[in-house]
Design a protein around this ligand. Sequence first.
Ligand code: SF4
Ligand code: SF4
Length: 438
Amino acid sequence: MSGGIKITESRCRGCANCIRSCPTEALRVIDGVVRLLPDLCIDCGECIRSCKDRAITVNDDEWDLIKTREGLVLMADPAFYVQVGAYSRPRLMMEALESHGYNDLSEWASLAFDLSAFASAKIIREGGENLPYISTYCPAVIRLIQMNYPELVGRILPVESPLETAVTIWREETGAKENVTLVSPCPAKATLVRNPVGRKRSSLEYVVSVRTVIRDMLACNVKVTGAKTRPVSGRWLLWSTSGGEARHIASFFDKGFTSISVSGLRNTQDLLNELELGRLSGVDFIECRACDLGCFGGTGTYESRFLSQLRLNNIDAEWMPSSEEMERIRHWHDRGVWELAAPVVPRERLPLSKDIKEAMAKLREMDAIYADLPHIDCGACGRPSCRALAEDIVRGQGDVSDCVFKMRERITQLSEEIQCLSSKLPHTLHTGRKRRRS
Ligand code: SF4
Ligand code: SF4
């Protein structure tokens, strides 16, 4: 179920650009307005990119309300720290947050990302038939696998998102009870909070996009001096770029770790197709990010992804944790806070009926309707494909006349019938001939 996408109907012009971009056919244009089928949405954000009228946006919680809370606690995504020129280094960004009076959990995030990489390395080293394992970090990719590649779910690493783990450790170490707001680069991480995979409830409470917070900070013109800086590890920040997570995991291997990292939905789908066909033997780990270049390519970010990449390239990452850091990592590893509470399972598409017999009958009906459609997936009916229209018809949410080709056929047929009928009119009703003069 989606939670990361917001549709503003008044802005939609019904152009249907978005329905073609959606990898799971979760959008329709009905009566000139876009509609979301939340159960099919994986929150990849492709529709946000394709809509020039901003009718589809990231579904933020009310930042104007959230930010008025005293001692606000923010769990910012790594992509947040490489967004703006004025705060071009992560340390400066942290100082800006502090000057605002916000509590930023980067210290715990740094530990949690180390812990995730350490735990992942341990599982991968133990190997087994699930190799190559797939990263759990991008929620859009996980949902895509659940929906379109159900036979690959067993390969998903049973490792919790480090953003969740950071909050869990922070609560346990400090006893803090305050609500935590995730500053997210994308709709997918928003659903991590609202509808998490692998756990019943998120340890975070609210979510706002990186763009919203950055805009606000820029509007307030928070000055930073660099005087209040505190040391911060660069390792976890590199998870926001494609290949950063794999590099972090590799640092816990002495030798013999093979990984493939891709970004962008198309590359992700190509790689998963190859994995499904059994072509990736000898690979230990697959890291896919739905967004181009990584999380700073997310639809909720502020900065150009190319500039963010440039800033990230300037971050020095000391890949080996210090002995004190290693001690903390081992401690929390033994506590098991990094584990997914429940395995990731396939997500069924909406059944045509709860009754199996009826569902089978509807499937046959759908096949028959589809066979009669033109199979060109033009999108003029407001559906992403002819098959989607056939499905909507059997669900009672569409009509064959929604297809412009079927409509044209019907109009041609009707006009022929009218012509035929008119030629059969009784002579008394013919109007075109001259009346005989008496
Ligand atoms: S977020 Fe992705 S899956 Fe959801 S409606 Fe948009 S394009 Fe489709
Ligand atoms: S790549 Fe990162 S920003 Fe993009 S959908 Fe995945 S988690 Fe979100």
